[in-house]
Every structure is written in C-alpha cells, then in structure tokens.
Design a protein around this ligand. Sequence first.
Ligand SMILES: Cc1ncc(COP(=O)(O)O)c(C=O)c1O
Length: 440
Amino acid sequence: MLPPFPHTPAPYTGPSKADLLARRKAVLNQGIFLLYKDPFMPVEGKMQYLFDETGRRYLDCFGGICTVSVGHCHPEVTAALVAQAGLIQHAPTCYLHPTVVEYAETLASTFPDPLNRVYFVNSGSEANDLAVLMARLHTGNHDILSLRNCYHGGNAVGMSLTSHHTWKFPIPTMPGFQHLKAPHPVWGPIPYDAPEAGKQYAEEVLDIIKFGTSGKVAAFIAEPMQGVGGTVPYPPDYLTHAYAHTRNAGGVCIADEVQTGFGRTGTNFWGFQNYGVIPDIVVMAKSIGNGFPLAAVVTTDAIAEKMASRIHFNTFGGDPLAMAQGKATLDIMLRDNTMAHCKTIGDHLIAGLEKLQAEFPIIGSVRGSGLILGVEFVLDGQPASAFTTAFFERCKDHQLIVGKGGLHGSVIRIKPPMCMTLADANFLLAVFDTVLSELT
Ligand SMILES: Cc1ncc(COP(=O)(O)O)c(C=O)c1O
C-alpha cells in the first residue's frame, strides 16, 4: 500500500484519454513515443506523487527522468515562480536583474575552484552545444570524444555526441565527433574489480587520439554515470586516466551532469567529485529547474575569456522566471541538505534491492548511488529485455512509476524526486518483490 499522503486531487474534467490519444496522433510529432501499453496520463503532481485522470495516486520514481528534483509543485518553488510572474516575466540579460546574479553566485559556490563562471541556457542539449563551442574555441582543436552508450541531447551537437544510432536521424552527422568504447559493469570486456580496470578502459582514449584524430583534441565529454544508457558508473579511476589523456592531447574535459548533478548521487553535489577529478566545463539541466526549462554551463575564467571575444546572447538564458524557479529549487536543496537525504534513502533502497537480488537471480546487477539507481535484468547471460518491459508495465499497475533504459532496454531506472521517504522506499521494494514473484 502506498504511504498515506494528505492531498485530494482536483476532479479531472478535460478530454478523455481515448479522445486525447487520437487528437495527439493527428497533431503532434509522431516521433514522440508514449510509454506503457495503456498510456499514462498524470494530470496532477504533488511532491513525490502523481495523480492520473481518475485520481489514482502513483509513487513517481522517474521524476520526468531526474527532472523533478525537490518535488512536483513544491510549494516554495511554486510561490517563487508565481511571485516573479506577477512582477516581470521577461527581461533579457542585456538589462540588469538581481535574481540571475544572486542565483549564479549560489550555483557557483557549489563548485570547486576554478569552476566559477555560469552561463544559463534552456535545455541540456543546448548546454552541451555551448560546452562544445567553448572547448573548440579555447583549445583551437576540433575533435570531441564521447562515450558509446551515452546520451547528450537531441540537437545537432547532442546527436553527434550521442553514439547510439537509434538517437540519430539518417542524415550525415557532423564531422569531428569520435565515440569511444565505454566501461560497463555487466557487458564490458574488463570486470570492474580487475586490477587497473579504469586505467585499461581509459586506454581507448589514447587509441582514439592516436588513430582517429590529428593527435590533438578539443574535449572529452562523459556523464559521471550514464543515465539513458542504464545507470552506468565507471571504475573509480577511469575518469582520472581519461582526463589525463585528453589534457595531454590539448583537450579539455566536460562533465555532463544533466542526470547526476545537484546531490542526487548522495555522496557529492556533483557526480564528477565521486571520481576525484575536476572538469573544465560542467553541463547541467533537468534537476536544476525542478521541471522548468532551465540548464546551465559552468566553466573557468580562462575558458570564459575566450567566449568574450564575440557577442554571446541567449533570449531566455537568465530569464527572471527561470531564475526564480532555479534559485528557489537550489535554495531548498542547500537548506534541506537533500543530498544527505538522497544518500539515506538510496542506501536503504540498495540494501533492499540486493536482498531481492539474492532471492531472484534474474536481477543481474544493482548499481548507482543515492537516488540514481539501476536494476539490470539478465537471463541466461543475455539482457532480459522482454522481462524488463513486462516488469515496467506491472509496476505501473501497482501504482509505481519507474524508468526503463540501457542499450538493450534491460535496466529499470530509479530516479525519483529527492523528497522520496523511507516509507516510499519500502513501498517500492514491496512492489518489486511482488512483481518479481508474479513474473518469474
Ligand atoms: C545526460 C544528458 N545530457 C543531455 C540531455 C539532453 O537534455 P535536454 O533533453 O534538456 O535537451 C539529457 C536528456 O535526457 C541527458 O540525460
């Protein structure tokens, strides 16, 4: 049973699901897929819960893919947004406004030196586009190295960075993007507990620099834990070696923290800190805005100086509405220490999931940390993709919303709003237990 929650959703009076589905098919982009055989229609969200059109409540363990951070319609975030909407909704950054400065100061204070310059944009894809521009401008080099099984966005640069062909349209891709064989704890050639696993995986960086580039590169980019790729962390020293090889070839290092940032991993505010490295450019989106289209790039003075050689402008980057929502979200995270909460709940979930793993051998891997976790299903040494789809569907029947991902669609992804409670975690574990018993 879902833990009690004192909220009664407003009666839904809009069009029926069937009507909407037909109209959506006629008017919207056909490429936007719908999850679930019986499409899910959440019409209200409160903190860690979603309510569908019938008023049924669900525990949201996907958070719009790491996007809802402090909670759906968190009252303080909503109040900040509404207050700002009544004052001034748009003022470009070529005028002065206090919130963008105050917010940038707080955001910059969460980074180690020398990361201190903040650029606001509107989406993760756009932030990665800017990061690539910065890297090329700063280094004078062109080649960008990214990892296979990554996801960095849906614009031209995002698709070029993203290695997986199902995310690319059949048009010529942009030149200057190289995709490296990436570490993987289940499917990778080197087990993570092998001595020097990180060093060995990072030799691929050297290989690509040697055989795929002029010997000089602009950047290496990686998510500190692959998100869409199925919650894939790396061996502890992988990034240390990969960053060193990149810098030796004249490049800078970019951390895409779109899913891992803002304390979600529970141990550090930024995912790169879990590996003891400091990138030159950090990209963030999703959790930053608690559901508002907001993203940012943080970099060093040296890189920012090069960016000052031309006009750089973004109509909505630093917009008062986005800044009000982002600032309120970050203030809550820092005041309430949501990072520590992610660790407490995450540790409890991992312990429970590992117990289930001992009981149900189809669970091949439990991984991640804090509130970015993955459970990979493996059957006869192969990815159990069909099982994962069935599991994903049954969770919804039991009022639990999770994500699905990984190269083979065999990973259940758990990325809830960070306000998820211990009682919610126990509910998730009970649903997993029930569904595993039903399906195995
Ligand atoms: C790691 C990562 N980078 C970039 C993006 C692209 O962000 P957006 O969809 O806001 O453009 C995503 C989106 O899922 C992501 O997971």
